[in-house]
Design a protein around this ligand. Sequence first.
Ligand SMILES: *[C@@H]1O[C@H](CO)[C@@H](O)[C@H](O)[C@H]1NC(C)=O
Ligand SMILES: *[C@@H]1O[C@H](CO)[C@@H](O)[C@H](O)[C@H]1NC(C)=O
Length: 198
Amino acid sequence: MMYLLVAVLCVSGGYVSAQAPAFCKNAECPQFNTISSNQNYAIRQYGPLTWATTSFVGQWKSNILGQLFGRLFNYIQGNNTLGQVMPMTVPVLTRIESAGQAGTKYTMHFMIPASNSRNIPGPVDPNVSLMTTPPATYYIRSFGGYANGQKSMSELQTLVNSINNPQTYDDNFFMTATYDSPSVKTNRHNEVWLQKIA
Ligand SMILES: *[C@@H]1O[C@H](CO)[C@@H](O)[C@H](O)[C@H]1NC(C)=O
Ligand SMILES: *[C@@H]1O[C@H](CO)[C@@H](O)[C@H](O)[C@H]1NC(C)=O
């Protein structure tokens, strides 16, 4: 019990590459504890994490995710208050939620690398913000190949069906996690996340 508690409290920030899961390849990715897993999903616990984020609210357009990616990429490429270039981390996490009449809200996140966490460069683009997410537990379903919107929705539906208990997650939003650039052709890794609340 004590050991578990210590392990949980230690989860925060990113993995140094030697300990990272294989699907992070050579990129820094957030640390987590796997609470349990089955053939359909895993339950992972993440500590507080700091991200650069940018959002779009409206009706889906095919170039939206590319635009959001471009803003965050610009930020890590040195268009920030310190003129600092930061390494790309994984996953590219996108939170998707209803915005009522306005349509859908898409918020893309790039994790701030550990090496920049003591002095985080401020964004120059007014549409890019820094955000720290509190510790949270997620139901996570992994899948391969290229993750388009349709594929992600079908994997999300499989995750929902497998959990088979809507009381245990927040159904106001879901997240998609992408670990590979489009140029990676094989052994791709993607995830859909639902935040566990009970
Ligand atoms: C830096 O960001 C600002 C605000 O988004 C933008 O106007 C400018 O073109 C960017 N500069 C470069 C070099 O990308
Ligand atoms: C910032 O976001 C607003 C609302 O989505 C948009 O109208 C504006 O063009 C964006 N500005 C930049 C610099 O991308």
